[in-house]
Design a binder for this molecule. Sequence first.
Ligand code: GLA
Length: 393
Amino acid sequence: MDIPASLVPSFQQIFEHSPALVARAPGRVNLLGEHVDYNQGIVLPAAINRAVYLAASPTSDGLLTLHALDLNEHITVRLDQLEKPQPGEVRSPGWAAYPCGVAWALQQAGLAVTGMEVVYTSDVPIGSGLSSSAAVEVAFAAAWRALGGWQMDNLQLARLCQKAENQYVGVASGLMDQFASACGVQGHALLFDTRSLEWRPLELPAGTAIVVADSGMRRTLAGSAYNDRRAACEKAVALLSVYKPGLQSLRDISAVEFAAYSVMLPDEVRRRAEHVVKEILRVEQAEQALATGNIQSFGGMMFACHKSLRDLYEVSIPELDALVEIARHLPGIYGARLTGAGFGGCTVNLIDASQAEAFIQGLQAGYEQHTGRQARVYLCQASSGVETESRRA
Ligand code: GLA
C-alpha cells in the first residue's frame, strides 16, 4: 500500500515504536444518483485516489489516542465512556466525533473495541462533497476490524460507519459514501442499489477521465439543510401513501404515478420529491447508456441531474452552477454536475481523457474570470476501496 512518507515516522516519533498496521480509505465522487440513497434509490459513485491514511497500534489501556496530523491536534478518549450525544448536543472537537462514533457503533454491535494509538492524515478536501468524513470512519473501522481479527465484510463495515454518522455525529445520511469508500473498485464506478444492497462494478468507458473541480466554497449548515431535505422526502412519502397505500419510499413510485398524484403535494415537498423520482429513473437509464457505450447520453444525464439539483432540490450555489456552465462549453466534456450533498464543494466532470489538459486549464481560467475565485481541479482515477496492511511480523 502506498502511504504518505510522513505517516510512519510521525507515528514512531510520537509513540516511540512502530505501528502495528496502516490503513487507507478513499473519498468518493458520485457520478449519478444524488440524494436518492436515503430514498432507497440506485446510486453510481466511484472511490477516488484521494484518501485518509492512518497508522495504528493496539493498547491495553482502554484509551483511544488520536493525532490528527493535518490539524496538529491531539486527543485521548476513554472507550468505555462513549455515549450517543443528546439531540442538539455538539461534541467538541468535531473532528474526533468520527472515530469516536465508529468506536461507539462497533460497541453497539457487540464488538470489543481495543484501545488504540493512531496518527492520521488525509488528502480528501474537507467539507467539499468528496466524503472526507466517511473516509475517516471507514479507515478507523477497518483498523479496528484488522486488530480484532473480526469476520466482517466491507458492506457490513460501511453500515456500521453509517450508524456512527447517523446516530453519533447526527447527520441522517444514506449509505452511499461509506459504501463507496469501503467497496471501491479500481477503474470502475459502483452501481449500488441502496434498497437491496446489491451492487456491481461498472467499468468506466475507455478513454474517459473524471475531473473534480473544487469551488472553494465550503458547506455551511450542511447538516441541518441535509436533514431538512430528507424530512421533505419523508413527508412526500407520508402524503403520497394516501393514494398508494403501503408506499415505503420514493423508490416505489413511478414517474407516471408521480405525475398523477403530485399535484396534491405542497409546492416545496413536490419539487423535492420530483427530483428524487426522476433521478432514480435517470440512474436506471444511465446504466443502459454506459452498457452500450453511449457516453454522450450519459453525460447529458449528468447535466440534467445538475439542473434538477439546482432548480428542484435547491442544493446548488452560484459557484457550482458557474463551474457546470463553464464546463459545458469546454473541449472534451461529456457531462458535469455538483457531486455529493451540495451547498458548496465540488463538481464532477466526465471528459475525454485526451483533452484533460485543455479542459482543466479552461475550467480554471473561466472560473476565475467569472467569480474572481480560484478553483482547485483534480484529475482523478477511480480507485479501490479500503485496505489495511500489517506492519509487524
Ligand atoms: C451526502 C450523504 C450521502 C448522500 C449524498 C447525496 O454525501 O452522506 O449519503 O445522501 O449526500 O446524494
